[in-house]
Design a protein around this ligand. Sequence first.
Ligand SMILES: [Zn+2]
Ligand SMILES: [Zn+2]
Length: 238
Amino acid sequence: MQDYKDVTWDWIGHHLQVKVLFSSAGLATQILVNDIERDSNFLIDVGDGILRDLVSLSSKYYENINTILITHGHFDHVGGLFSLLSFFRMINRSKKLTLISPSNVVELEGLVRTFSDSYGDSIPFELELIAIEEGLDLDNILISAFPVQHRGSIIGGGKLPDIPSVGYIIQKGTERILYTGDTGYFEQLKEYARDVDYALIEGTHKDKETPFHLTHSQAEEIGKQAKNYQIIHQIMSR
Ligand SMILES: [Zn+2]
Ligand SMILES: [Zn+2]
């Protein structure tokens, strides 16, 4: 018998609570956001190890994931999605699952297509893919996406192209949480983070400046605009 432990939340608000399941650049990032009143869950990004992270919690947490937000198509943010979708099929999930992402995330489209083409009619749940423009109201939870500054090769070689990449704000009542996704520094980020109740800020590099990730001090500068913040997505030394 597995020893299930309950969640130690990273942040607890009035309406929402947040657990960073795992986050490290080039490995994986997955964040669980719980709507306290409804006990339903959002998952933001789905990197490798997602199933191990989720089954270490009580099953209600993965059973009640109704919406998945994807920031961009890099493997450390979508690499576990095929496993998660297949796991939901295996446990005979019947509730609809909504996947939200910026448009034209080719990796995500490919993963979802492979899952749908492989299992067709034997998928017991409805899977809806929504390309978010700016905002979306999901039963009184407002999801807003903002474009960020990120790059990476889709088809190798040459100059790294910009890719579709966003950060998200989730709002319930007056409570707001923000996740930057992967991004370089730009001034507007501070405006997005201003006065949000809890901000998750990427801080990939300790001090190496790049146009498409933040250093710890840049992340702190943005985080200080929020009421509470946490730096995630730190690179592990290899
Ligand atoms: Zn990343
Ligand atoms: Zn990335």
